[in-house]
Ligand binder design. Structure first.
Ligand code: ATP
Length: 245
């Protein structure tokens, strides 16, 4: 298989059980899923069905117990810590459900972190961070600390941070949960535009039916499995996507 036909993500029989000490909580019971280059896949399903666990494994934040999960042909399970950090920093942008902004850094400094990890000089990183904040409508708030921003603004900072280093794969946990309808649509349009050029891919966990129209495919999960994957017809897709300059 050549690089262009290789899936961005390929999960095969991925299983994960949490050990809480008193009990074993099965979260994933054998997940098979592929994400193609250039597609936006949404992952939906009831609370507790395993969505966050699955995307954490895809993003290399959590190890699966069994099965394989390859991102651009590589499984994090077989990498040493340093290699894993480098691979993740170069290839993946992640938006956490709880945003996970560093509280003592300004918005611009938070957004610059992936660039600095990848070796971009600080000044240049801050300039790019400022440009990305502009694109999510927060150009004026670069010097604010997270605590000085609303929940929706913090979420947009987290999205800017996930996109700033132009990763090949962007993985997002509920990226529009704190945003109003219009801002949510603008942010989704930006994510499509930024993350999907040159065969980039997005995986988005969401309960937000208002953004389903942005998906190429929707994978429905239940009880640790993928129940179904549906492809959205192009004419049903993004019909309410606002124009983004
Ligand atoms: N750190 C953990 N320790 C123990 N159990 C956990 C842990 N994280 C998740 N679980 C359990 O694993 C299962 C899957 O959780 P997960 O967070 O992946 O689901 P989810 O579909 O993302 O839920 P939600 O939509 O509510 O965010 C649930 O039963 C959850 O209680």
């Amino acid at each position: 298989m050549d690089a262009t036909s290789q899936p961005a993500v390929r999960c095969q029989a991925v299983a994960k059980t949490y050990d809480t000490g008193d009990s074993q909580v099965p979260a994933l019971r054998g997940v098979d899923l592929e994400v193609h280059p250039g597609e936006l896949l949404m992952l939906v399903g009831p609370s507790g069905c395993g969505k966050t666990t699955l995307i954490s494994i895809i993003a290399g934040i959590l190890d699966q117990d069994t099965g394989s999960c390859e991102v651009f042909g590589r499984d994090f399970l077989h990498m040493k810590d340093k290699e894993k950090l480098d691979y993740r920093a170069r290839n993946i942008g992640f938006v956490f459900q709880a945003f996970n902004l560093l509280p003592t850094l300004t918005a611009a400094e938070n957004v610059s972190v992936p660039l600095i990890i990848n070796g971009t000089p600080r000044r240049q990183a801050l300039q790019k961070a400022g440009e990305m904040l502009n694109r999510v409508g927060l150009g004026e708030r670069g010097r604010s600390l997270p605590a000085q921003l609303s929940g929706g603004q913090q979420q947009r900072v987290a999205i800017a941070r996930a996109l700033v280093h132009n990763p090949r794969l962007v993985v997002c946990d509920e990226p529009t949960s704190a945003l109003d309808h219009e801002t949510g649509h603008k942010v989704m349009a930006l994510m499509r535009e930024v993350a999907m050029t040159h065969d980039r891919s997005l995986v988005i966990v969401t309960h937000d039916a208002r953004i389903f129209g942005f998906a190429d495919r929707i994978a429905r999960m239940d009880d640790g499995h993928i129940e179904s994957v549906t492809t959205q017809a192009p004419n049903a897709r993004r019909e309410d996507t606002p124009h983004v300059a």
